[in-house]
Write a protein that binds this ligand. Structure first.
Ligand SMILES: Nc1ncnc2c1ncn2[C@@H]1O[C@H](COP(=O)(O)OP(=O)(O)O)[C@@H](O)[C@H]1O
Ligand SMILES: [Mg+2]
Length: 317
């Protein structure tokens, strides 16, 4: 096998703002993603966690080039995804895929499962015979059998629909899948099955995942590394095990403390994140107004501190 760098995706200082208000005099923007840098290695799951509106989906859409960046650099297999030739662009589309939260809206209700899985293969010019083979193996790999190919999405349960969405995401043998809250619309027992399916695809097919969830519990079950996002900024990123064992950023601590206690004796009292009422500040740490550990120093922008296996956006890490 040819040797290559372990890095599949490299993101540097990625930023994206959205226009939220436009008057004759001025335009108001909202910074959805603010100078975010990270790497995703081959055969790894990077979990992205943060509350709703923190910019997780925007990061996912940016790295898939579904929306355009404002600033920063995104390299996939060493190539800047904004300067790809037409041929390279086609390969990038084939090498990347997405699974969304709600399979009811992401699957076309008028197509049978077979057609849903066949569509990307037709677009990429696969001959009929090969298409048939790939469709059959993909549906089985996603944990369903071939009888499901003749059904419509409305004839499936939520979990089965999400399996179909996952089957569709693997038909082109991608190297990277962005899974954006793929378990959030499902019952807890079904969530676990989908998590196990993703783990299996990583292990057996070597696919890398950017796995997005607001639920640190879910993220902890399958991630090799974790990135904690708050207001478009990375609060903490690094090896999953060490972050879960010993969170360094006050926001990660709060997320972890608010998980349902598995071992009540080991979990501290659940802290209500809204207990801290501090003024909003224009500059400095974006977590200032909600941080229980903030001091005056936090009115200045914190550096990214490197400790153990991670980087932490905090003066006191
Ligand atoms: N197309 C858009 N236009 C304007 N604002 C947007 C757009 N997409 C996302 N946003 C805003 O950017 C922020 C981050 O959104 P998003 O990435 O969807 O967060 P998350 O996935 O973490 O819930 C939110 O405040 C959202 O309202
Ligand atoms: Mg989202």
């Amino acid at each position: 096998m040819e040797s290559h760098s372990p890095t599949l995706l490299k993101v540097e200082n990625l930023s994206k703002k959205f226009l939220i208000k436009k008057t004759l005099l001025k335009k108001e923007y909202f910074k959805a993603v603010d100078r975010v840098s990270f790497c995703l290695d081959y055969n790894q799951v990077l979990g992205v966690v943060g509350e709703s509106g923190s910019g997780k989906s925007t990061i996912g859409r940016l790295i898939l080039k579904l929306i355009s960046k404002d600033e920063g650099k995104i390299e996939f297999e060493g190539k800047d995804i904004y300067t790809l030739s037409r041929q390279e662009e086609k390969k990038f589309r084939k090498d990347t895929a997405v699974v969304f939260q709600d399979p009811r809206t992401s699957l076309n209700p008028r197509l049978k499962v077979r057609q849903i899985l066949e569509e990307p293969l037709i677009i990429h010019g696969y001959p009929k015979e090969e298409r048939e083979k790939i469709i059959s193996s993909s549906i089985v790999e996603a944990g369903l059998d071939e009888t499901f190919l003749e059904r419509y999405p409305s004839e499936l349960s939520g979990g089965q629909r999400q399996r179909v969405a996952i089957a569709r995401s693997i038909v082109l043998s991608p190297k990277m899948i962005v899974a954006d809250e793929p378990t959030s619309a499902l019952d807890v027992s079904v969530q676990l099955q989908i998590i196990n399916l993703i783990k299996k695809l990583k292990e057996e097919k070597g696919i890398s995942f950017l796995f997005i969830s607001h639920d640190l519990n879910v993220i902890g079950m399958l991630s090799d590394s974790i990135m904690v996002i708050y207001r478009g900024k990375i609060m903490e990123k690094g090896e999953a095990k060490s972050i879960l064992k010993k969170p360094a950023h006050p926001y990660t601590k709060i997320l972890l403390d608010s998980l349902p206690p598995e071992h009540p004796s080991q979990r501290k009292k659940i802290q209500n994140i809204t207990e801290v009422y501090r003024e909003e500040i224009e500059e400095g740490c974006v977590f200032y107004s909600r941080c229980p550990e903030a001091t005056d120093q936090c009115r200045t922008e914190p550096p990214y501190k490197k400790i153990d296996n991670r980087e932490v956006y905090c003066h006191f890490a």
